[in-house]
Write a protein that binds this ligand. Structure first.
Ligand code: SDX
Length: 429
């Protein structure tokens, strides 16, 4: 709280609203009493100037290119931590001690299996179903398989549901992939780390053992860390709004999966690799840059631009470095898609349109190149984003449910439709 006041004058009447400060970042004008005092709503479609909640989880500075998880810079966590340790940090607010981490890792490891009846649930889908369609359905269906962790008023059930979601998303995503390629499901193994377990469930076959490459496992773990949380983005806001009605956590996370799927959000990694492939070679880049700048062409450079980052997305820098590590380990560093991506980035960052509109590569620009090199089809890219973001969604949901001031989210509107009029019989129309 500050002692600063914001003044608003409407039709000669003056109104005052408190200005609140957080620990870092822009101050906010507390307008919770605006409608009661003035009979006016604010109007901010897309929430470009609206803080929807107080939060202590993730901080982003779009001009500085800063991303902090509970105060720790993403660059340090990506280099020194692990996805499971970052998951503990996001959920609990502090890095775990050795004993705390061992207990958390044990809990997650023992929740990776799915209820065996879910195998039949998967078999209800067409084989060519998009993995995100399957994941959306399977996560929502968890409400029907794990009744003993759907009561959000019971703190113990909230914790179990959180662990189940973090632990089972890799199995659900891997099985969605296996189902789409017609291969048998591979069950999780408790002797493997989080990322290695996921890679094995995706790429092992019963006919032979699959040895997980430590470099690939490290790259996947880093990709999970980079995608774990991101303040009040579209899918997290969807989870919070769904959770504000006290819907069960599985239903809330399913709503986050649905929102993330959009190509303007998490679906951009799939759309970006498809775009890079469509460009195909460096000499076609100017044609696509021109299309991206053409107001009459709906085409946008996928993997470019961000609502908050107006300088650079710190995750994109770590992702670019990881791409080089993975491609050189695979001996494909002259990968044509990577060459197109790097040349596209170079040209775009020198182009006045992109400089003026502050468009830089975002987290989705390089991630697809890494996932493609590891062997995932583009249809799995957003599924992997959803797996990682589940801990962020759950942490934000938990913060909201734990807030004693929590209310159901219910925005208002500027109504521009017909005013009251009388019904006329069809014979008179
Ligand atoms: C993610 O919010 C998050 O934190 C999301 C995320 C997370 O971790 O949760 O970071 C993950 O979703 C990253 C973003 C992935 N999406 C894409 O890469 C899709 C392509 N990018 C855009 O569609 C767009 O940049 C958004 C959606 C990401 C941001 O859109 P904004 O903030 O609403 O900005 P805008 O659409 O108002 O664009 C501002 C201007 C516009 O021009 P004008 O109308 O002002 O003339 O920039 C232009 C846009 O036309 N513009 C682009 C562009 N992005 C914006 N022009 C060409 N190519 C682009 N990619």
């Amino acid at each position: 709280m500050t002692d600063r006041i914001a003044k608003l004058e409407i039709d000669g009447e003056s109104y005052e609203f408190p200005v609140l400060s957080g620990s870092v970042g822009p101050d906010v004008i507390d307008i919770r009493t605006l409608y009661a005092k003035t009979g006016h709503f604010t109007f901010d479609p897309g929430y470009t100037s609206t803080g929807s909640t107080e939060s202590a989880i993730t901080y982003i500075d779009g001009n500085q290119g800063t991303l902090l998880y509970r105060g720790y810079p993403i660059e340090q966590l990506a280099e020194k931590s692990s996805f499971l340790e970052v998951s503990y940090l996001l959920l609990n607010g502090e890095l775990p001690s050795k004993a705390e981490f061992a207990e958390f890792e044990e809990k997650i490891t023992r929740h990776t299996m799915l209820h065996e009846q879910m195998v039949k649930f998967f078999e209800g889908f067409r084989r060519d179903a998009h993995p995100m369609a399957i994941i959306c359905g399977a996560v929502g269906a968890m409400s029907a398989f794990y009744h003993d962790s759907t009561d959000i008023t019971d703190p113990k059930q909230r914790v179990i549901a959180s662990h189940r979601l973090i632990a089972k998303m890799p199995t659900i995503a891997a099985w969605a992939y296996k189902y789409s390629v017609g291969q048998p499901f591979i069950y999780p193994r408790n002797d493997l780390g989080f990322a290695a377990n996921f890679l094995r469930m995706c790429f092992a076959v019963p006919a032979e053992e699959y040895v997980v490459s430590p470099t690939m496992a490290r790259a996947m773990d880093r990709i999970f860390t980079l995608h774990a949380d991101h303040e009040q983005n579209a899918s997290t806001s969807t989870v919070r709004l769904a959770g504000s009605s006290h819907a069960n956590p599985f239903a809330c996370i399913a709503s986050g999966v649905a929102s993330l799927w959009g190509p303007a959000h998490g679906g951009a990694n799939e759309a970006c690799l498809n775009m890079l492939r469509e460009i195909g070679s460096v000499d076609r880049i100017p044609e696509f840059i021109a299309r991206a700048k053409d107001k009459n062409d709906p085409f946008r450079l996928m993997g470019f631009g961000h609502r908050v980052y107006k300088n650079f997305d710190p995750r994109a820098k770590v992702m670019q470095q990881t791409a080089h590590e993975v491609l050189s380990e695979l001996g494909v560093e002259n990968n044509p898609t990577l060459q197109v991506a790097q040349e596209l980035e170079r040209i775009a960052l020198e182009d006045d349109y992109f400089i003026e509109k502050k468009l830089y590569p975002n987290v989705d620009f390089y991630s697809g190149i890494i996932l493609d090199a590891i062997g995932f089809p583009t249809s799995m890219f957003t599924a992997i984003f959803a797996m990682a973001r589940t801990v962020g969604w759950i942490s934000q949901w938990k913060e909201m449910i734990d807030d004693p001031k929590q209310k159901i989210g219910r925005p208002r509107q500027l109504y521009t439709g017909a005013t009251t009029r009388d019904y006329t019989d069809i014979s008179d129309r």
